[in-house]
Design a protein around this ligand. Structure first.
Ligand code: SAM
Length: 286
């Protein structure tokens, strides 16, 4: 019998994987409904964010919750950072979420996107996963992206240089949410050094998303390399500052994989850490 062509084999493998994916979904009906609501923009932004029916729900989740915290702590302005911009899809998506959230929470939100502009630097060693990443991946078209951005600011250059100058150059409003998408251990570790700056630049608790912490059978992210190692070392090196697992998310009945990519930064000695922000009336009836 004649062997099927290579193209046919690839196409049938792709189809087979899509069929398999259907069965890996937690609830078919639920996922289909959420997809429909997202595509058709049904209901308010707040409703769609709540059920995850928005593009990049994790971006919306961290910005919305940071904005609410900032408001409770009486801030009028806050900042959101994205480490790793590449082509800029994430930054443009952030602008969308920020616009929607500014209409819900009385606070101004600034966005800063950090990137070399030239794609990934050379991996330093095995901790940067050179079996998965290569120098020059994700080069940015700077003029094209600038022409599309409305208000997000680009901070271009290697983060080991730009992070040092960032606070003096921009005097940012307190940072409430951070997206870490630098891919490498070395770059993420440098980005985390920002948390050593003066506490006036930060909320006492910061909603963080780490893109490269779940992955697949090729990336095989783990506790000993990549972003997870950077997080682990940060926690080891800081006694009163920790990146903590969001138990409130991962204990939900229906768990999305991005819940496992959220970490909450706590600065226990921050002057606003102990300010009461919860419900005033917590009296329970007998
Ligand atoms: C996966 S891409 C970011 C994708 C983007 N967040 C998105 O969702 O569209 C990773 C980016 O990190 C940047 N990067 C990695 N290490 C860096 C470093 N040390 N300094 C500045 N940028 C870095 C690379 O230039 C690359 O564009």
């Amino acid at each position: 019998m004649k062997e099927p062509s290579a193209r046919l084999r690839v196409t049938s493998r792709v189809k087979w994987e899509s069929v398999l994916n259907i069965f890996l979904q937690p609830s078919l009906v639920r996922s289909a409904l959420i997809g429909l609501i997202r595509k058709a923009h049904l209901g308010s932004y707040k409703f769609r964010l709540k059920i995850g029916a928005v593009e990049r729900p994790h971006y919306g989740y961290i910005v919305y919750n940071a904005a609410r915290l900032a408001q409770k702590l009486n801030h009028k302005r806050m900042s959101v950072l994205e480490f790793g911009v590449a082509g800029g899809r994430g930054l443009l998506n952030l602008e969308y979420h920020v616009r929607q959230i500014e209409a819900l929470v009385p606070i101004k939100i600034d966005i800063y996107g950090f990137d070399t502009g030239e794609g990934l630097p050379r991996p330093v060693d095995y901790r940067d996963l050179p079996y998965h990443w290569k120098e020059g991946f994700f080069k940015m078209d700077i003029p094209e992206l600038r022409s599309k951005l409305n208000f997000a600011k680009l901070v271009l250059g290697n983060v080991d240089v730009t992070a040092e100058r960032f606070f003096a150059e921009h005097e940012p409003a307190p940072i409430g949410a951070v997206i870490h998408d630098f891919d490498f251990y070395s770059s993420t570790a440098m980005a985390l050094k920002l948390f050593d700056e003066n506490e006036k630049y930060f909320l006492p608790r910061i909603y963080c998303y780490f893109d490269d912490t779940v992955g697949d059978e090729t990336s095989l992210y783990n506790d000993y390399t990549g972003q997870r190692l950077a997080i682990h070392e940060f926690n080891q090196a800081h006694e009163s500052k920790k990146l903590a697992v969001p138990y409130h998310l991962i204990s939900r009945k229906s768990v999305e994989s991005w819940y496992h990519q959220i970490f909450i930064y706590h600065d226990f000695k921050h002057r606003q850490y102990n300010e009461f922000i919860s419900e005033e009336n917590q009296q329970l009836p007998i």
